[in-house]
Design a protein around this ligand. Sequence first.
Ligand code: PA5
Length: 341
Amino acid sequence: MKELENIDTTDMKAMVASFPQMLRSGAPSDEILSKAERIRKEGIDGICLIGMGGSAIAGEIVKCLLADSAEEPILTIRDYVLPKTVDSRWVVVAVSYSGNTEETISGFKEAESRGSSTFVITTGGVLKDASDETRVHLMPAGFQPRAALPIIFAGVLPLVETLVNLKLTDLEKVSRNLELAATKWSSSNLKPGNLAMTLRNKIPVIIGWRHLIPVAYRAKCQFNENSKVFASSIQIPEMNHNEIEGTLSCKSHPISPVFLRSREEDERTRIGIESAAAIFEENGCHPKHLSLKFDSRIEETLGFIMYLDNVSVRLAEISGVDPVSVERIAQLKRKMGAREK
Ligand code: PA5
C-alpha cells in the first residue's frame, strides 16, 4: 500500500504517528468476506480468535467492541490449545503478524483437525504456507507487531463483523477523525508529551472500563515495551474488589493511576470510579482522569490507543531509552533456547 511505504519502520515515533494511515491499510478481500458470509449462513456456534502478544490485542478489542451486538460468542485464546467447545461449528481466526508464532500455529492446526472453519491474518510465514490461500488475509509486512496494531485491526474487524452479521464499520471515516483528533491534541494541553512528563519515574497504572479494558492492557504493554518501565492495567469495576486495598501502599510506591473515562459511562460506573479515585487521593496518590472527545465507541477506543501509544513513545524519549529495541525479550529467548538444547 503506497501510503505506508514512506513510514520509517525503525522509528517508533513515526510508526505511532502513522496510526490513522495504517488503519486504512485494507480489509480482507471480497472473496474472503464472501466465504465468511457463506459460512455464517450455513450456521455457526461461535468465533474463536487466536494470537499472541501484539497480534492478540486486536482480537481482544474487537471482542469488547462487539460484545453487546454480536449474537454468537467471540472467544480470544492466547495459548497452544483450544477449549473443547471449539468444534466444526466454530470459526477460528488465526492472527499472527509474522506467521511464525508457535502457539498460534499450534491452535490453528488443532482447529483444522477438529474441522472448524479457519481464516488466517498474517504477513506470511508458516501460517500462510499451512493454510488455504483463499482464506488468508495478507497484511503489509515490515512493522513490529505492536506498531502494526491498526493494520491487524483493519483485517480482524471486518472479518468478525461479517461472521456475526453486522454492518461493516467505515474505517476510512474513523481514520480521518483520528487524524483530526491528533492534530487538535498537538496544540492543546492534551499533548501526549504532557502526560508522559507526569509519568516520568513512575509506575503507570492504566484503569479501563468495558471496551477500554483491552485499551488499558494495550497501554500497559506499550509502556513496558516502548518506555521500558513496569506498568499495570486494571479493570473497572473489578478493581473495586481487590486493587483498591492496595492503595494503602501508594505512599511508598511510585504509582501513577490514569483513569480512562468513557463517553458511555453510566451513573453507577461514574460513582464507582469517582469513589475509587477519592480513595487513591486519600492515600496520597493523585489519579489522572483522561477523556477524549469522540462520537462513537470505536473512535473512542482507537483514539485512546493512539493517544497512549504516543505517550509511551514520548516517555521513552524523556527517559532516554530506545522504544524500538526489545533487548530483554531477545535475551530471555536466548536463555530459554540455551536451556532447551
Ligand atoms: O509485540 C510483539 O512484537 C510481540 O508481542 C508479538 O506480537 C508476539 O511475539 C507474537 O508474534 P506475532 O505477532 O508475529 O504472531
